[in-house]
Design a protein around this ligand. Structure first.
Ligand SMILES: C[S@@+](CC[C@H](N)C(=O)[O-])C[C@H]1O[C@@H](n2cnc3c(N)ncnc32)[C@H](O)[C@@H]1O
Length: 271
């Protein structure tokens, strides 16, 4: 009953194995779905770039009609999933296959969103910490557009490459800076914007490095933006460390390019 008191959809929660719900809570997977609850209720949800995680448990708890996560990294028989609190992979005791066997409205599919086109339709598409990783962002947005029913929404949070820790490498917070460590000096205090990185490195292959204005323009090609909510970096994420020397090295970047940690976007499918 505690779950009903928390505002979850009791009918849906009863379909979720209690231990899977506990794991989802413990690993931080009930927060994103909670922030999208008003869009998720009664919706068929597709989670593009779902990773190995339990966001789907949260969406069902919020009353989604169904959940499909799609990602090339889905491993149907692995129970090693990411703990969102610290990014560590842990054995949560549940594989995608086991979850699918217990919940008829829950699917995790190894593949790309394109694989679902023409077969499935959705009311809500979500990308959690995924859009900054999609090198073919425009193509993925176009695919999402095709997957959505008329009036359907796409909601995503985008981590800004131009923020202090937009590189996704150590140090991610200022307390972790090792000033003598060359693996840190190439990234922190916006050094990553000037760094020369091998073509096969993480920052070159796993991050698209779009300006927020570009993300907005790509979104607006096929969606009406209903909400665009930037979150500024906090002091532990580098706020207050921007200097005139950095500004001078990047005259093309605005203050908000440097200081916006992420942006939350709600966008409605254009006809
Ligand atoms: C940082 S992870 C985020 C995973 C998950 N959404 C989360 O909240 O932890 C980004 C994911 O995007 C996936 N990805 C990259 N390109 C993709 C594509 N074209 N279609 C679907 N997923 C993709 C990657 O495999 C990766 O699992």
């Amino acid at each position: 009953m505690i779950w009903a008191a928390n505002g979850f959809n009791w009918a849906r929660v009863r379909e979720i194995p209690p231990d899977a719900l506990k794991q989802a809570l413990a690993m931080g997977y009930l927060r994103w779905s909670r922030s999208l609850a008003r869009y998720a209720k009664g919706a068929d949800v597709v989670d593009v770039g779902c990773g190995m995680g339990l966001h789907g448990v949260g969406f069902l708890a919020e009353g989604a009609n169904s959940y499909v996560g799609v990602d090339p990294e889905v491993k149907p028989r692995s129970s090693i999933m990411k703990d969102l609190h610290n990014g560590k992979r842990i054995d949560c005791g549940w594989t995608p296959e086991a979850l699918m066997a217990r919940m008829s409205r829950f699917e995790m599919i190894r593949g790309l969103s394109n694989d679902l086109e023409g077969k499935r339709e959705f009311d809500l598409a979500t990308l959690h910490n995924a859009s900054e990783h999609l090198v073919q962002l425009e193509a993925v947005f176009a695919s999402v557009h095709r997957l959505l029913r008329p009036g359907g929404r796409m909601v995503f949070s985008h981590h800004n490459w131009f923020s202090w820790n937009g590189h996704h490498q150590a140090p991610k917070t200022i307390d972790k800076i090792q000033p003598q460590n060359p693996e840190h000096t190439r990234y922190f205090d916006w050094a990553h914007l000037e760094g020369e990185f091998p073509a096969d490195s993480y920052v070159m292959t796993k991050l698209n490095r779009f300006r927020l204005s570009e993300v907005r323009a790509l979104t607006e090609k096929q969606f009406e933006i209903e909400a665009w909510k930037p979150t500024l970096s906090t002091p532990d994420q580098g706020a207050g460390r921007l200097t005139d020397a950095v500004r001078k090295r990047h005259p093309d970047l605005s203050e908000s390019d440097f200081t916006t940690q992420s942006v939350w976007v709600v966008a409605r499918k254009k006809a």
